[in-house]
Write a protein that binds this ligand. Structure first.
Ligand code: HPA
Ligand code: ZN
Length: 332
């Protein structure tokens, strides 16, 4: 019998797609206000409807058509952070895409970013949750667009906008097609992460490390298929942003007990726990913890250690990191 996990346990979440965290009712409300017909992306019970990962990406982009202004993103920020705060999240990082915020135009992007940042500061005061942004290029939009996205990120690096990443369809293009964007972001002082090892095998994780020189990997779980790579990740301290419920929901693994997170951790890889796109995968961070506790016998002490690793891997300034570590230890 596994230990019951207190939902109020303070948590750090590093891998969260911003639009993917939008409550379906919020998106439905925006669609109604703007007379956009996206009824087909919802199930009869009001959730998001899709068949598989590739269809999920299409539905995701259809949901994004309702988000048309900085004001929409201000409201989205408050809705998303309210849900995270209910889950005990005290610090979150979220993937933001200029492609969905002003279609890659830097002047428009600045306005969207300002609205998100202002709402995040309001949430910090009222809900006690801190948010940082990671600009994310979308792989299937191609390398040319990734360059415009990287320039948007480089121009707007700040205490709030601290990272650069790569999401989208892992089967399209090669990491080396995105080296210009990652070099640009690195030169601007942004911290780097990329999705790999979810739909691609261990070679995709090696390619992300070699070509993009990232310090964290989104997912990365299929590294388990190459134990030399697992040892390399452990030795160099590469942090995996693991989203077990997302992997099970999308069929990367058939069940939690077949998920490699426990084996990766046993081999001393730094793993962290996130929800990816929680309403799409019908999960919450508390639910992820409870399912992991049941599958692997993890206790609150395991989750405390994982949250400390996540705080240490956060793309934030040192004052924020110290404050979050204090909250995790119950000293703030
Ligand atoms: N994975 C990859 N790309 C994405 C996701 C995801 O979960 N959500 C939005 N873009
Ligand atoms: Zn993701």
């Amino acid at each position: 019998m596994s230990e019951k996990i207190d939902p109020a346990l303070p948590k750090v979440e590093l891998h969260l797609h911003f639009e993917g965290a939008a409550p379906p009712a919020f998106i439905r409300g925006l669609a109604k206000e703007k007379h956009i017909d996206i009824a087909k992306i919802f199930t009869p019970d009001g959730g998001y409807a899709y068949r598989d990962f590739w269809h999920f990406l299409e539905v995701y982009e259809a949901a994004c058509t309702t988000l048309q202004s900085p004001e929409d993103f201000r409201r989205l920020t408050l809705a998303v952070l309210e849900d995270r705060a209910k889950d005990g999240v005290v610090y979150a990082e979220t993937f933001l895409s200029p492609d969905f915020c002003g279609v890659g135009d830097v002047t428009a992007w600045r306005e969207y970013l300002l609205a998100i940042e202002e709402a995040a500061l309001e949430a910090q005061k009222t809900m006690g949750i801190t948010l940082k942004g990671i600009v994310t290029a979308i792989r299937h939009f191609g390398p040319d667009q990734s360059r415009a996205t990287a320039l948007c990120a480089a121009e707007t690096k700040s205490d709030f906008l601290t990272g650069f990443g790569l999401a989208g369809d892992e089967k399209q293009f090669h990491p080396k097609d995105f080296t210009w964007a990652f070099d640009c972001a690195r030169e601007a002082g942004l911290r780097l992460t990329a999705h790999a090892g979810e739909w691609g095998g261990p070679e995709s994780v090696r390619d992300a490390l070699d070509h993009l020189k990232v310090e964290r990997i989104g997912h990365g779980v299929r590294a388990i298929e190459d134990l030399a790579l697992v040892d390399q990740l452990a030795e160099q301290g590469t942090v995996l942003e693991v989203c077990p419920g997302s992997n099970v929901f999308l069929g990367v693994y058939p069940s939690f007990d077949k998920h490699p997170i426990d084996r990766l951790r046993e081999r001393e890889v730094k793993v962290t726990i996130s929800t990816d796109d929680p309403p799409f995968f019908r999960t919450t961070l508390t639910q992820e913890y409870e399912t992991l506790a049941r599958a692997f016998g993890w206790t609150e002490d395991d989750f405390r250690a994982i949250n400390r690793d996540a705080a240490n891997a956060a793309f934030c300034d040192e004052a924020t990191r110290a404050r979050i570590l204090q909250i995790l230890e119950g000293r703030a």
